[in-house]
Design a protein around this ligand. Structure first.
Ligand SMILES: Nc1ncnc2c1ncn2[C@@H]1O[C@H](COP(=O)(O)OP(=O)(O)OP(=O)(O)O)[C@@H](O)[C@H]1O
Ligand SMILES: [Mg+2]
Length: 386
């Protein structure tokens, strides 16, 4: 008896285009898994394979003890027999059905007459604050209301697995936060197993028990949110989860330095894949880990100091997002408005700035294709033998 949902070696191709590439995933029962990745990396296709809406070319999928797809065994359980709930980006409500009938639809398909009788439709509508809307048609609802009805429809039959495909991306910022919180609360209350697709890192961090970061049909990292946040396994993951600053590093005679020639001590940096054994590397850094200083003597002890020029700044309420240039590379800093407002408002582009960061906030990765540095040649005494 296993309580896991497993995907192994899943492969889906369209012609010569490999969209899902030998993908493995394990989802614990009750877990909220977020599949995070850029457009076109295969998130929707993976979800559709789980749902039974696409037929993969290879691999196997099992929902707990029940295989639902196995290419070797030629097994493919149709979508309506997989006991899943789905919530899409486009709300996909039936326009000719009332809210009540939309939410009831999965119960009808599954012939769950008892659930209807016991008021499951009303209960599901109440869960998402749509109890007052049951007799309306979708065209009479706002976008946020439609999506909440879609969530109720996805959950009403208490499916084994609920699949969400970017359900919040058509909502405006405020509604997105509201519906996100509602989904999170419902998951905590009902404990369903979920796979939630998004390309929004804040959504992923907010909702996920675990995050799977996808790249070109494969999972690049599969970890708890804190682990992904603190220890991204690659430059790709780091860039995707908000470490938007990239510094090119090279090894000079006196040690590592930035492309502007500022020295950088990597002793306390987090180094992946022996990046420090190479002659070049790339470091990633979060905007809020970079400090702005009025004077050089304000720099905390041990921080790396960069000599930079102001490019531009944008007011964000409690903070400014400041773009600076150093050694031909641009960095973005998120600095407290209260402390820096006056100085920034009085600065012109190209004004010199002192910025610094703790080396412990750096995540350092090798540059693909860059070979590790050859070991120093062993000194051989004149005329001696090796
Ligand atoms: N039916 C199809 N026929 C051919 N190619 C397809 C089909 N569906 C998807 N693709 C291709 O497969 C790749 C992955 O598509 P998919 O929809 O899974 O991406 P995604 O990660 O969900 O992206 P987005 O964030 O834009 O929704 C894309 O290159 C897409 O063009
Ligand atoms: Mg998609």
């Amino acid at each position: 008896m296993t309580s896991q949902f497993t995907v192994s070696g899943l492969t889906k191709t369209y012609g010569s285009n490999v969209v899902v590439d030998q993908l493995d995933l394990t989802i614990e029962e009750g877990e909220f898994l977020v599949l995070l990745g850029p457009s076109g990396c295969g998130k929707t296709t993976t979800l559709r394979c789980l749902a039974g809406l696409e037929t993969p070319q290879g691999g196997a999928i099992a929902f707990k003890d029940r295989p639902v797809f196995d290419s070797d065994a030629r097994l493919n359980v149709p979508a309506h027999k997989r006991n899943i709930g789905m919530v899409f980006q486009s709300y996909a409500l039936w326009p000719h059905m009332t809210v009540r009938n939309n939410i009831r639809y999965p119960l009808k398909v599954r012939k769950m007459k008892e659930a209807v009788a016991e008021g499951a439709v009303e209960a599901a509508a109440d869960m998402v604050d749509c109890g007052q809307l049951l007799d309306r048609y979708p065209s009479q609802l706002s976008g946020g209301q439609q999506q909440r009805v879609a969530v109720a429809r996805g959950l009403v039959a208490r499916p084994d697995l609920v699949l969400f495909d970017e359900p919040l991306s058509n909502l405006d910022a405020r509604l997105r936060d509201q519906v996100r919180t509602q989904i999170h609360q419902l998951h905590q209350k009902l404990g369903f197993t979920a796979v939630f697709v998004t390309h929004d890192q804040s959504e992923a961090f907010a909702l996920g028990d675990r995050l799977a970061i996808m790249k070109a049909g494969k999972i690049e990292q599969y970890d708890a949110p804190e682990q992904v946040f603190e220890n991204p396994v690659s430059d790709y993951v780091a860039a995707f989860i908000g470490m938007s600053n990239k510094l090119s590093l090279r090894r000079g005679h006196g040690g590592w330095e930035t492309s502007a020639g500022d020295p950088i001590d990597l002793t306390h940096a987090v180094i992946r894949d022996s990046a420090d054994q190479h002659t070049t590397a790339v470091a990633r850094l979060r905007p809020d880990d970079v400090l702005l200083h009025a004077r050089a003597d304000e720099v905390p002890l041990g921080n790396v100091v960069l000599h930079a020029e102001l490019v531009t700044y944008e007011y964000g309420g409690r903070y400014f997002d400041v773009t600076v240039e150093t050694g031909g590379e641009q960095l973005i800093l998120r600095v407290p408005a209260a402390r820096h407002s006056a100085a920034l408002r009085g600065s012109r582009p190209s004004a010199p700035l002192v910025v610094s960061f703790s080396p412990a906030s750096l995540r350092v990765f090798p540059i693909p294709g860059d070979e590790p540095a050859a070991p120093e040649p062993v000194a051989v005494s004149a005329g001696g033998h090796a």
